[in-house]
Design a protein around this ligand. Structure first.
Ligand code: TRP
Length: 448
């Protein structure tokens, strides 16, 4: 048991990994889509407020549990509250990791297919109807979606095999800067298109008539998913954070990076859409159908289309590794598996469910219940039920079970750091967050 546990080598490495987990398809694919459907600027404003006020404290609670417990979500809680049922909280997280990984790997696979399509100039001179038809055809292909999904999980497993410092940290430190470079190139391109200012106005000018309960709750759900909070991914990464790092500045950097990427994704998508006369409410097909069509029409589109899908793939990969790591750390610590075996088990089990998600998107698929595909079910079950439930348990556990003294001790590194707003942060974890999460919960169960 005295073997030295792997861990992040530097604070920057820890931030890159956690930001890599947070920045994902949620930022580039889901955020612009929701902002588009919910009136742009007003949604953005509310989203940013939620992320700053609630996101940072909840993230700190997760890092607190992980670093103080020093283990996977189940093990950490067992260390902090021995012989209680609180470790159930950890099991909710493990279940969420499998559930998210299943549908997430489906979409991650698409990004590889679309890199391939972009490279082979598939989109050239095709109209939107043809591109959309191609998307459905792809879903029905008996071979390709599975091939890409398996390939993507293979890449994920390859990094996880190598461990924290030589795997997760090393690769996220390369992939995150690459992601930023691509984002900036695409932003510049989008902003220099004719009519770009209309798109910016849509994204940044709040129209308060659009604000209502449903919209606020949509922003909340998106904030949790995007920040990767609520299931123990950050408990796991927290357990690998060095004891002398500052958890509050780490959380702040992760939250800022995540939010910036979401905003930059909006800055790419809306000006481009407006300048080609596309409605911003285009919905989920925005990234995979509308954008290639827009790229098609612009100078240098071939190149921009390729790097856009590479961007999506990178964002997805740094998120899938965080999800698989949760499972692997859990299996090694709680069930004594070797890291390699745990990686195989985690990958194969999540692929098993993942393949059913992909199968359920075929026309006439049998994995559809009513009008809910298995894919949608896994998406909704995790984002609308498991994550809020997990987040609720995490904040209640931190504030009501563990209490102020333990939390302050950990975030100030045993009173060696000054954290000016710790009282405010604790107040939010104890009183505001539980109330707000219960509100989202009730809303999502009854309104969706
Ligand atoms: N945050 C990622 C995104 O925005 C998805 C993700 C990765 C996630 N790990 C998570 C979501 C853990 C919730 C919990 O795409």
């Amino acid at each position: 048991m005295n073997e030295k546990r792997d861990g992040f080598g530097s604070k920057l490495g820890a931030i890159a990994a956690a930001a890599g987990s947070a920045v994902g398809l949620g930022n580039i694919y889901r955020f612009p889509c929701l902002a588009g459907e919910n009136g742009g600027g007003a949604f953005l404003l509310i989203y940013v407020l939620i992320v700053l006020c609630l996101g940072i404290p909840i993230m700190m609670a997760e890092f607190y549990i992980g670093r103080r417990g020093g283990k996977n979500p189940v093990g950490s809680v067992k260390v902090l509250a021995p012989k209680t049922r609180w470790s159930l909280l950890g099991y909710v997280g493990i279940l969420a990791a499998f559930t998210i990984l299943a549908f997430y790997s489906t979409v991650s696979g698409w990004t590889l297919e679309y890199i391939y399509k972009a490279l082979t100039n598939y989109f050239a001179n095709k109209d939107i109807a043809t591109i959309e038809a191609g998307f459905s055809e792809f879903h029905n292909n008996p071979f390709r979606p599975y091939l890409w999904q398996v390939t993507f999980m293979g890449l994920t497993a390859f990094i996880i095999f190598k461990g924290i410092k030589d795997g997760v940290e090393k690769y996220t430190k390369i992939l995150m800067p690459a992601l930023f470079v691509i984002l900036i190139i695409l932003c510049v391109k989008s902003l220099t298109l004719n009519g770009a200012s209309e798109g910016l106005k849509f994204l940044f000018k709040p129209d308060f008539s659009k604000v209502d309960g449903t919209m606020i709750l949509a922003a909340l759900g998106q904030a949790f998913f995007s920040l990767s909070v609520g299931m123990g991914a950050l408990i796991t990464y927290g357990s690998y954070i060095c004891k002398k790092d500052n958890l509050s500045t780490t959380s702040l950097s992760v939250v800022m990076t995540d939010t910036m990427v979401a905003i930059l994704a909006g800055v790419i998508i809306f000006p481009a859409a407006f300048s080609f006369g596309i409605q911003p409410e285009a919905g989920p097909s925005l990234a995979f159908n509308t954008l290639p069509m827009i790229f098609n029409k612009m100078a240098g589109g071939y190149f921009f289309c390729i790097i856009f899908f590479i961007l999506l793939a990178i964002a997805a990969l740094t998120s899938t590794i965080s999800l698989l790591e949760v499972i692997v750390t859990f299996l090694t610590e709680e069930h004594g598996l070797k890291r390699n075996t745990a990686t195989w088990v985690g990958t194969l089990v999540s692929l098993f469910f993942g393949i059913f998600c992909t199968l359920s998107l075929r026309q006439d698929s049998v994995f559809v219940f009513g009008n809910l595909t298995f894919f949608d079910f896994m998406d909704k079950f995790s984002a609308n039920i498991l994550l809020p439930l997990g987040a609720l348990c995490i904040v209640i556990f931190t504030a009501w079970k563990m209490g102020k003294a333990s939390f302050y001790d950990e975030i100030t590194n045993q009173n060696t750091l000054k954290v000016a707003v710790k009282g405010f942060i604790f107040f939010i974890i104890k009183y505001v967050a539980p109330f707000v999460i219960i509100a989202i919960f009730i809303n999502q169960i009854f309104l969706s």
